[in-house]
Design a protein around this ligand. Structure first.
Ligand code: NDP
Ligand code: GDP
Length: 323
């Protein structure tokens, strides 16, 4: 039985990845940071019905001693570093925390692996936000980066640290440059989930309007359940490498609104209001990924259309609120 160690196991991707790995017969150990609101921890794992199937160990990505203690006792075959301050808007409010958790976190983990001399394979959760002010209409592994937020700057550090540990020390370390991926387990502050939750509230008469920022930004949205498979596939390769994971289809926030409100038989123009508070100091206007390398080398392809994703998210939010 293989053992996987997941940081960020309580997040959207961590929960789906844990579910996927359990399905493959893995022992799954997740990093859990202490919280005073511990009753809410593990909500996503509970939603997927796997909270009691994984093991958790106390620690923090910023505390290398805790990482070394855990790695020494767990001795995982595979390490997935998903822990991060992952919300772009917050990264302008807390740039130093973001630089620490998102940018230095991967280094603590890589350094722990190196010092302990573990043969574990390592996955780093990199992001399409690193392309930022895009240098090509379709972004691939060879497109130059131009980060537009403290989050993206920090992710670039994690990405290059992963490449550097691979090149310097021969670690089996891969970086997945994942484009936006969503699900019913997406954090409520992200625009997709904010919209589907808003649609559900309006449709149930709990609210009248939904305040958003820039509707013209475009994202390449996939389903988190599809994307965690790509993470695993990267670690099954003989050689570590970097891969873009994307659908190749880009849609605006406006289009996402149109689709989501339509699921509930509503017209978004009757309910969406603009609030400048949700505009960002610097915007990533357009992302569209070219996942040819992942398709050819990993045999990976997205399985969920944008329409199916939107429907699943609206249905889940309606069910939650009715419940
Ligand atoms: P989430 O925000 O849902 O989850 C983030 C996870 O990181 C949570 O489990 C959180 O724990 C944990 N975490 C944060 N700070 C620390 C810390 N100091 N120590 C230990 N754990 C910590 O993110 P997603 O699941 O959506 O994303 C997973 C990873 O992939 C992130 O690194 C994200 O930046 C990256 N990514 C995501 C994309 C997306 O579209 N979803 C796109 C590209 C990259 P807690 O529950 O305690 O807060
Ligand atoms: P990101 O791509 O990681 O920043 O994911 P988000 O879901 O947070 O944002 C995606 C896009 O939606 C960005 O271009 C935002 O500017 C835009 N957006 C517009 N209105 C909102 C809003 O109310 N909340 C969020 N989070 N994003 C918004």
């Amino acid at each position: 039985m293989k053992t996987a160690f997941i940081t960020g196991v309580t997040g959207q991707d961590g929960a789906y990845l844990a579910q996927f790995l359990l399905g493959k017969g893995y022992r799954v150990v997740g990093l859990l940071r202490r919280s005073a609101s511990s009753d809410q921890l593990g909500e996503r794992l509970r939603w997927l019905g796997i909270l009691n199937e994984i093991e958790t160990m106390d620690g923090d990505i910023l505390d290398i001693a805790s990482l070394m203690r855990i790695l020494q006792s767990v001795r995982p075959d595979e390490i997935y570093n998903l822990a991060a301050q992952s919300f772009v808007a917050t990264s302008w409010q807390q740039p130093i925390l973001t630089a620490s958790a998102t940018g230095l976190g991967p280094v603590y983990l890589l350094e722990a692996v190196r010092i302990l001399g573990l043969p574990a394979r390592f996955y780093q959760a990199s992001s399409s936000e690193m392309f930022g002010k895009v240098q090509a209409p379709l972004q691939s592994e060879t497109t130059p980066f131009h980060p537009r937020s403290p989050y993206a700057v920090a992710k670039l550090h994690g990405h290059w640290a992963t490449v550097n540990y691979r090149e310097s020390f021969g670690l089996h370390a891969s970086s997945g440059i994942l484009f936006n991926h969503e699900s019913p387990l997406r954090g409520i502050e992200f625009v997709t989930r904010k919209i589907t939750d808003g649609v559900a509230r309006i449709s149930l008469g709990l609210s009248q309007a939904l305040a958003l920022g820039n509707l013209e930004a475009a994202r390449d949205w996939g389903h988190a359940r599809d994307y965690v498979k790509a993470m695993w596939l990267m670690l099954q390769q003989d050689q570590p490498d970097d891969y873009v994971v994307a659908t190749g289809r880009s849609a605006t926030i406006r289009e996402f609104c149109r689709l989501a409100f339509a699921v509930a038989g509503l017209n978004y123009e009757d309910h969406v209001v603009l609030n400048p508070a949700f505009l960002r100091p610097a915007e990533v206007d357009y992302l569209r990924g070219d996942a040819t390398k992942a398709r050819v080398r990993l045999g990976w392809a997205p399985e969920t259309s944008l329409e199916a994703l939107v429907e699943e998210m609206v249905a889940a939010d309606l069910a939650r609120l009715r419940g």
